[in-house]
Design a protein around this ligand. Structure first.
Ligand SMILES: NC(=O)c1ccc[n+]([C@@H]2O[C@H](COP(=O)([O-])OP(=O)(O)OC[C@H]3O[C@@H](n4cnc5c(N)ncnc54)[C@H](OP(=O)(O)O)[C@@H]3O)[C@@H](O)[C@H]2O)c1
Length: 396
C-alpha cells in the first residue's frame, strides 16, 4: 500500500460483518497495518480469541463482562496473552487505546460512547457505526476535528471520494448542487405496501446485493438504513436535507454521486464489496492496492436508476423530518426502530408496522437539544420503552 508508515488500528465490533472484513483487509496488507486492540459484544469469544492470537494484539475487550472467563480460556488455549477487559468500560478503554485509527464497527446506538471516546482521544475514526453520529449529532460534531471522521458506509465513502474531485480548492459546499445517495431498494423493491404485510424475517434478511449483519440488513429492507444515511450525509457534509437526494439503483455499483452547480455529476463505481470503503477509511489518504475487485470493463453492464417509492417506503421521508428537527429526534427514530426490528425478528411485529411504529413514537416525542450524552440516552431509552409498549402483544 502507499502509506509510508505502519498504521496501528483498533477494531471495535471485530467479530461482525464489517469487523471481520476489516481484519481481512489488514491481513492482506501486513506491511501497512498492525492491530493494537479488538473489542466485541462477547457472543463469539472463540472468534475473538482467534483474531486476537492471529494479530498478536495488545488488548481485547468484551462488553459482556460475564464472557471474560471464557475469553481468557480461549486466549490461553491459543497461547495469546493480551490485556483482557470486560464491560462497557472495558470497550471504552479499548476505544481510547494508543493507536492511529479506531474502526467503530459496533452495531446500533451502543456505539455512541466508543465514538465519543475515540474522538476525544484524538484518534482518526473510521466510522461504520453510523448510529452514533446520527443519535449524538451535536455532541459528535462538537468533538470532531475536520477530517477526523472517515466514513465507512459505502455511500458516504463514495460521496467523500466524489467531493475530493471538487478541485484544487477542496470541498466548497456552495459548488455542490446536491448529493445523490444510491439505494439498492432492498429485497422488496417494486412491492406496494399491502404486498409487504406478510413478509417474514427470512425474506427481509435476503438482501439482493450486500451481505451484512442482521440489523442493517432488515434496515435495508425497510429503507430505514437509507433514512439513517441521509441524516449521516447531512451531518458529515453540512448540506441541507433539500440538497440530499435518494435514487434507487438495484445493481449497487454506483455507490453515490455528487452533482455540482455546473451540471456535472461525479459518481463512484465499484462492485459491491465493503472491503473497499473499509480500506480507504483505514489507510486514508492512501489507497490500498487490490482492496477490492474493480468493475470489469470487458463485460457488458446495465446500470439502472429509478425514483424511490415514498408511499411504499416512508422511512426516508420520516428520516428527513427527524433530521431537520435535530436534537433528540434522530435518536428517537433510531431507538424506536432498533426495538421494532427486534420485535419483527422474533415474529412479534408485521413488517410495515416497523416504520409505522417508529413514526408514532417520533410524533409523540418532545424534542430537546441533545446537548449531553445523558439527554441522548434518556431519549433513546424513552423511545425504546414507548416502541415496546406500542408493539406489545402484536404478532404475525
Ligand atoms: N455490514 C455491512 O456491510 C455494513 C455496511 C455499512 C455500515 N455498516 C454499519 O456497521 C456497523 C456494524 O454492522 P455489522 O453489519 O458489521 O454488524 P454485525 O455483523 O451485527 O456485528 C456487530 C459487532 O458489534 C459487536 N458488538 C455488539 N455489541 C457490542 C458492544 N456493546 N461493544 C462492542 N462490540 C459490540 C458484535 O460482537 P458479538 O459478535 O460478540 O456479538 C459484533 O462484533 C453498523 O452500525 C452498521 O450499520 C455495516
Amino acid at each position: 500500500m502507499h502509506a509510508k508508515t505502519l498504521r496501528s488500528v483498533v477494531v471495535l465490533g471485530s467479530t461482525g460483518s464489517v469487523g471481520t472484513q476489516a481484519l481481512d483487509v489488514i491481513a492482506a496488507n501486513p506491511g501497512g497495518f498492525k492491530v493494537a486492540g479488538l473489542a466485541a459484544g462477547g457472543g463469539r469469544v472463540d472468534v475473538l480469541a482467534a483474531q486476537a492470537a492471529a494479530f498478536d494484539v495488545e488488548v481485547v475487550a468484551v462488553a459482556d463482562a460475564a464472557a471474560v472467563p471464557a475469553l481468557k480460556e480461549a486466549l490461553a488455549a491459543r497461547g495469546a496473552s493480551p490485556v483482557v477487559l470486560g464491560g462497557h468500560e472495558g470497550v471504552a478503554e479499548v476505544a481510547a487505546w494508543q493507536c492511529d485509527t479506531v474502526l467503530n464497527a459496533i452495531t446500533g446506538a451502543l456505539g455512541l460512547t466508543s465514538t465519543l471516546v475515540a474522538l476525544e482521544a484524538g484518534r482518526a475514526l473510521a466510522l461504520a457505526n453510523k448510529e452514533s453520529l446520527i443519535i449524538g449529532g451535536p455532541l459528535v460534531k462538537r468533538l470532531a476535528r475536520p477530517g477526523q471522521i472517515l466514513p465507512v458506509d459505502s455511500e458516504h465513502s463514495a460521496l467523500q471520494q466524489c467531493l475530493w474531485a471538487a478541485g484544487p480548492g477542496g470541498y466548497d459546499p456552495s459548488g455542490v448542487r446536491q448529493l445523490v445517495i444510491t439505494a439498492s431498494g432492498g429485497p422488496f423493491r417494486g412491492m406496494k405496501r399491502e404486498e409487504m404485510a406478510d413478509v417474514t424475517p427470512e425474506m427481509a434478511l435476503a438482501h439482493p446485493t450486500w451481505s451484512m449483519g442482521p440489523v442493517i440488513t432488515i434496515n435495508s429492507a425497510t429503507l430505514v438504513n437509507k433514512g439513517l444515511e441521509v441524516i449521516e450525509a447531512h451531518l458529515l457534509f453540512d448540506l441541507g436535507f433539500d440538497r440530499i437526494e435518494v435514487v434507487v439503483h438495484p445493481q449497487s455499483v454506483i455507490h453515490s454521486m455528487v452533482e455540482y452547480v455546473d451540471g456535472s455529476t461525479i459518481a463512484q463505481a465499484s462492485p459491491p464489496d465493503m472491503r473497499l470503503p473499509i480500506a480507504l477509511a483505514l489507510a486514508h489518504p492512501a489507497r490500498v492496492p487490490g482492496a477490492a475487485r474493480p468493475v470489469d470493463w470487458t463485460k457488458a453492464h446495465t446500470w439502472t436508476f429509478e425514483p424511490l417509492d415514498d408511499t411504499a417506503f416512508p422511512a426516508v421521508a420520516l428520516a428527513r423530518h427527524v433530521g431537520a428537527e435535530g436534537g433528540t429526534a434522530p435518536a428517537v427514530y433510531n431507538a424506536a426502530n432498533e426495538t421494532c426490528v427486534e420485535a419483527f425478528s422474533r415474529g412479534g411485529l408485521r413488517f410495515p408496522a416497523i416504520v409505522d411504529t417508529v413514526a408514532k413514537v417520533v410524533e409523540e416525542h418532545r424534542v430537546t437539544p441533545a446537548s449531553s450524552v445523558e439527554e441522548v440516552l434518556a431519549a433513546d431509552a424513552w423511545a425504546r420503552a414507548r416502541a415496546a409498549e406500542l408493539t406489545a402483544g402484536q404478532s404475525f
